[in-house]
Design a protein around this ligand. Sequence first.
Ligand code: SAM
Length: 206
Amino acid sequence: MVALLERDGYIKSEKVKRAFELVDRANFVPEDKRPYAYFDEPLPIGHAQTISAPSMVAIMLELLEIEEDNKILEVGTGSGYNACLMACMGAEVISVERIPALRDFARKNMEKCPCKDKVRIFLGDGSMGYKAEAPYDRIIVTCGAPDIPPPLIEQLKVGGILIIPIGGTFFQELYVVKKKEKGIEKRIWGDVAFVPLIGKYGHRWT
Ligand code: SAM
């Protein structure tokens, strides 16, 4: 899987490659999905949620430009896979999940991750960020928001990077946002498809 992600240009840097080698995706999918763990596809993890395709994960991690000891907020823990990859890139990870059963699923999946001690998972509405641990060097949102939640900008350090899918409940554009001394600078990477961010600054659950 890692060789194909590198060949196809999704993995660009050594640090992202090393993290993919350290964290086995098979430990983060439900047992009946294990035969498909190394396919470049999103897979269901229950509760109408998914673990993203490995290529999408690699794209986001490269865009995030993670540096050693960065403090990172992840909104949408899901399986815990992305959180563990970021931890294995040397970051301290605070990950927020809104569904209790997925928080528990992620904690169990992480048991075999060599970098699990650098990840803390909290239950809550990540559209409000996680103020108790702010500010963050990086913020990554792994679900689609209608717009950039203001608390995420507030909780990002100046010079920090936020990666977030913005758009509807099925299709979005991936925004790369940099916080400046005054205001933000944003660019659109391209089209993506994520499950919705549900919450105060997200979509409504229907
Ligand atoms: N990063 C995950 C992984 O590595 O498996 C994939 C995340 S999945 C595509 C999106 C997750 O966002 C789901 O687990 C969903 O429950 C969660 N989510 C949606 N709205 C949320 C919110 N307001 N706060 C926290 N998590 C949220």
